[in-house]
Design a binder for this molecule. Structure first.
Ligand SMILES: C[S@@+](CC[C@H](N)C(=O)[O-])C[C@H]1O[C@@H](n2cnc3c(N)ncnc32)[C@H](O)[C@@H]1O
Length: 182
């Protein structure tokens, strides 16, 4: 069944929800017959930063309370307290786009603590500059040639203001604690 903003089939459900409204999120997932006992991956890309820290704390706590085996992968801003970060915040605010959750994007610790303080067992957070350097060098050279990259400092500055953070709960010992990037 396809409606204006959802898609439902026997085994696949695409639903909308305000993820700051746990009641709505929970009832949408329940209506989709989600099995919380199964290992579950949560992915977010530049979304949590739009929700105030109290709201994301509640969301992350609800997930860790509800899903015994889960991995959360979050890509979003980091180092938002420096000059570059402040310019980004102000530019977006000028366009009525407020980053209400920017406080959690101050550094690696603030990114990780919101998981660790809300029931998650562990995880890590790397800025994208670090992640970029871990990618296969031959791929980087090929892509940089295609992109005709000549502004390396600008790329580094941009990459150092985004991060990949992950957190896990692993009640069935899947080995989620061994995930690393190197
Ligand atoms: C910069 S965009 C990121 C787009 C996203 N990575 C994607 O692939 O669609 C920010 C997204 O956050 C979503 N968003 C912000 N606050 C939200 C909330 N409380 N509940 C659900 N989505 C939210 C917006 O709808 C928007 O699609």
């Amino acid at each position: 069944m396809i409606s204006k903003n959802e898609l439902h089939s026997a085994k696949y459900h695409l639903v909308y929800a305000n993820i700051a409204n746990i009641g709505q999120l929970e009832s949408k997932l329940r209506a989709s017959n989600i099995d919380r006992s199964l290992p579950t991956l949560f992915l977010s890309e530049c979304v949590l930063v739009y929700i105030d820290v109290e709201g994301t704390d509640k969301l992350l706590k609800w997930i860790s309370d509800s899903f015994p085996t889960a991995l959360f992968l979050n890509y979003e801003q980091i180092n938002m307290t420096d000059a570059f970060g402040q310019v980004m915040i102000e530019n977006l605010k000028a366009r009525d786009c407020v980053l209400s959750g920017a406080a959690a994007c101050a550094n690696v610790s603030t990114q990780m603590n919101r998981f660790l303080n809300n029931g998650w067992s562990g995880g890590d957070c790397l800025d994208m500059s670090t992640v970029y350097k871990c990618l296969p060098q031959s791929d980087l050279q090929r892509i940089e040639r295609i992109e005709m990259l000549d502004e390396r400092e600008l790329l580094d500055q941009l990459l150092s203001h985004y991060c990949l953070a992950w957190a896990y709960k692993d009640n069935i010992d899947l080995g989620l604690d061994t995930i690393s990037i190197s």
